[in-house]
Design a protein around this ligand. Structure first.
Ligand code: SAM
Length: 249
């Protein structure tokens, strides 16, 4: 799959694309990322990409024509069918696990990172097919949102995580239960005055699994009760789970 990223700050992506578990996915082009510097399509001597808002008010607005020219170049370089064009925006659909799974099994997209007050709406209306938000807060630019999407997509690709079981136990995995992950512990067995829960040291596999399941239920009920309701509605909770929930673990 291929993602073309339109940004005024391509240099922000260097360390991201060459670090951590997802590095190999990007370097091998299992998830190909092509960066396009919007400045290359700016107007005039200063390669201007923004201008003052009609109607007055603070800040600057990204102009439609440089965006359109840059998008044309990215789309032409991909060849083939017209790709989805994603704009990162507080007005978009908040990114969640199922959307990430959709992007992770697709052909990729062109990702547009906004800056300033945002983009000229005429470009958005004419060219953008999807709007994606990271949540109800305002970032200075769409680059961090683009990296979040790329990271989440890359770690779902086969072979990217050393142990494929990691996906299976991660939070939100609908193939498991859609719940939050359980707590994890490592050495030392005692850290300051806190021991590791006994059951994890017992070597009793079934009890460890039950404890982990109970912890997933407890943490999810505490922090995201709506995910318990969804798991119940999808038939992912059995009688033992329901008993655990009643016990208020
Ligand atoms: N004036 C805009 C507003 O209030 O909705 C905020 C513009 S913000 C300073 C500049 C750019 O950052 C946006 O065009 C968008 O690309 C990106 N951005 C800001 N917050 C975001 C969020 N929550 N999710 C995704 N992208 C965001």
């Amino acid at each position: 799959m291929r993602f073309d990223v339109i940004t005024l700050f391509p240099e922000l992506f260097g360390p991201f694309l060459s670090s951590g578990v997802t590095r190999r996915a990007f370097e091998s082009k299992q998830v190909e990322v092509v960066l396009w510097n919007l400045r290359d399509h700016g107007e005039g001597k200063y390669r201007r990409v923004d201008d003052r808002p009609f109607g007055g008010g603070p800040g600057m607005v990204m102009m439609a024509e440089p965006l359109s020219a840059c998008l044309d170049q990215a789309v032409a370089a991909r060849g083939g069918q017209a790709p989805p064009v994603v704009l990162f925006s507080p007005a978009g659909d908040v990114l969640g696990h199922s959307a990430v799974q959709g992007w992770a099994s697709g052909e990729g997209a062109v990702l547009i990172c906004g800056r300033y007050e945002g983009l000229d709406q005429r470009f958005v209306d004419a060219r953008v097919t999807h709007q994606v938000s990271l949540g109800d807060f305002v970032l200075s630019g769409g680059e961090i949102a683009a990296m979040a999407l790329l990271d989440a997509v890359a770690r779902l690709q086969p072979g990217v995580l050393a142990d494929p079981a990691s996906h299976a136990q991660d939070s939100f995995n609908p193939e498991l239960d859609g719940l939050l992950d359980c707590p994890h512990y490592t050495r030392p067995e005692h850290w300051r005055d806190q021991p590791v829960p006994d059951v994890l040291m017992s070597g009793h596999h079934a009890q460890v699994e039950r404890w982990r399941r109970d912890q997933r239920l407890r943490i999810t009920a505490q922090h995201r009760p709506e995910l318990i309701d969804a798991a119940r509605a999808a038939g992912r909770l059995d009688a033992t789970d329901e008993k655990s929930l009643l016990k208020k673990l």
